[in-house]
Design a protein around this ligand. Structure first.
Ligand SMILES: Cc1ncc(COP(=O)(O)O)c(C=O)c1O
Length: 440
């Protein structure tokens, strides 16, 4: 073996193997990196380690699913206990009942719950149930809000583009979707179309809240849906168990008709759920019959509500329902946001670090009072690929990993020391990006 080849990292070697057997070498396109991604071998608390033994302070946290940190002992023990009893039998079991009871206790909008396998499945089911209930096929959605990757939510998922961001999405499906900006006047005008039966909104605002919702938007859409007779779906896949134990709806006092959950819902295991009003959710009841269909809405799924995820979820909920993990993570995210903004001030960098709850977002460019208010989704999310890649690589080199693009989340496991260490890495990184002329 020649010198260059023997010096290659474990991650580089793994990527060579991956490329031969997986498209682009990855299971999710966000994980694709040029020249190669790092491969993770283990994670604990706020940290993860790669195949070459490097430690990262993690602000990706399983795409915001690991709210209690990686491998919280309580969840690990519950999952280990359950896997020995059975990970899954495809039968009814007590754990799913207890899990649904807890969701109904915590969420004002949850009268009944149906478990699914991901956030994507939850929004897919939500739209099917809503369409069955309203008898109207057209969906109103907000520009650039993300609801997973199924065909019915592709149109309008990319800011500034009214089409689907992918080949393979049938035009006939996209034709059933109306896209509006996050603006109540636009929503009201669009709802003049009587073929629209349901409205879906990402409760955080687009992309984990990178594009914040205008003040009063959720309450305003709620009032419009009540007045004009439409079913309102909140996508709480991000906000659920993070914005508060009862999601954004409990925190803000605005109750949707249906809503989706995933990520933290399962204690960080695969899974998701749709919940909502009893009369609408009854569409899924095999004891009900409508128009010759019983159940009115057909929904299957081998692993729905599996014992393993239910056991992890119940263990995690013991902590999540207290609100303490959320309060801790919120305070640390606020410290990180303030610290990064101070660095920008000191270095004279245009932009801001902002966000709600335990999320932080970076924006580089002109803005008023270090706020993204007034900027469009396209402006906020339009950062060039070169800058995004340089930011990620410089932070990775200093042992920090963010979520995709320019956002991150804190968890119950992050500490003040992690924030202090991270701020040093951000300071150095922003200095490098400035010296390269990538930010001004
Ligand atoms: C708001 C929102 N909805 C839906 C989804 C899709 O969830 P999943 O990736 O579990 O399919 C995501 C994923 O990040 C999300 O952020």
């Amino acid at each position: 073996m020649d010198e260059t080849r023997s010096n290659r990292s474990q991650s580089e070697r793994l990527y060579d193997r991956a490329k031969a057997v997986m498209p682009g070498g990855v299971s999710h396109y966000f994980r694709y990196r040029d020249p190669y991604p790092f491969y993770v071998t283990r994670a604990e608390g706020a940290y993860k380690w790669d195949a070459d033994g490097r430690r990262y302070i993690d602000y990706k946290m399983g795409s915001a699913s690991q709210m209690l940190g990686h491998c919280p002992p309580k969840v690990v023990e519950a999952v280990q206990r359950q896997v020995a009893l059975t990970p899954f039998t495809a039968d009814c079991h007590e754990l799913e009942v207890a899990w649904a009871e807890q969701v109904c206790d915590l969420y004002p909008g949850a009268e009944t719950v149906r478990f699914v396998n991901s956030g994507t499945e939850a929004t897919m089911l939500g739209l099917r149930v809503a369409r069955a209930f309203t008898g109207r096929d057209r969906v109103l959605r907000v520009e650039s809000h993300y609801h997973g990757w199924h065909d019915h939510v592709m149109k309008g998922a990319r800011p500034g583009n009214d089409g689907p961001p992918s080949l393979g999405v049938p035009e006939a499906v996209s034709a059933l979707v109306t896209v509006v900006p996050a603006d109540l006047v636009a929503v009201e005008e669009a709802l003049g179309d009587q073929t629209i039966g349901q409205v879906i909104v990402e409760a955080a605002g687009a992309n984990y809240g990178a594009v914040p919702l205008p003040d009063g938007f959720l309450a305003g859409v709620r009032a419009l849906c009540d007045r004009l007779g439409r079913v309102l779906i909140f996508d709480e896949v991000i906000t659920g168990f993070r914005w508060s134990p009862g999601g954004r709806q409990a925190r803000d006092g605005v109750t949707p008709d249906l809503f989706t959950m995933a990520k933290i819902l399962t204690g960080g295991l695969p899974g998701g759920a749709l919940a909502g009003r009893r009369d609408i959710m009854a569409m899924l009841d095999p004891g009900e019959s409508r128009g010759g269909f019983s159940p009115p809405v057909l929904h299957q799924g081998t692993f729905n509500g599996c014992q393993l995820a239910a056991a992890g979820a119940l263990a995690a909920l013991e902590d999540l329902k207290t609100g303490a993990p959320q309060a801790h993570a919120d305070a640390l995210a606020a410290a990180l946001r303030d610290g990064i903004t101070e660095i920008m001030d000191r270095r004279g960098i245009e932009g801001t670090c902002y966000g709600e709850s335990s999320v932080f977002h970076l924006y580089f460019g002109a803005c008023e009072n270090r706020s993204v208010a007034g900027l469009t989704a396209q402006q906020i999310r339009g950062t060039g690929k070169k800058l995004v890649a340089a930011l990620r690589d410089e932070l990775n080199a200093r042992g920090i990993d963010l979520m995709s693009a320019m956002s991150g989340v804190t968890s119950a496991a992050h500490s003040n020391q992690d924030i202090a260490e991270s701020l040093e890495a951000f300071d150095d990184t922003l200095g490098v990006l400035q010296s390269q002329g990538l930010i001004t």
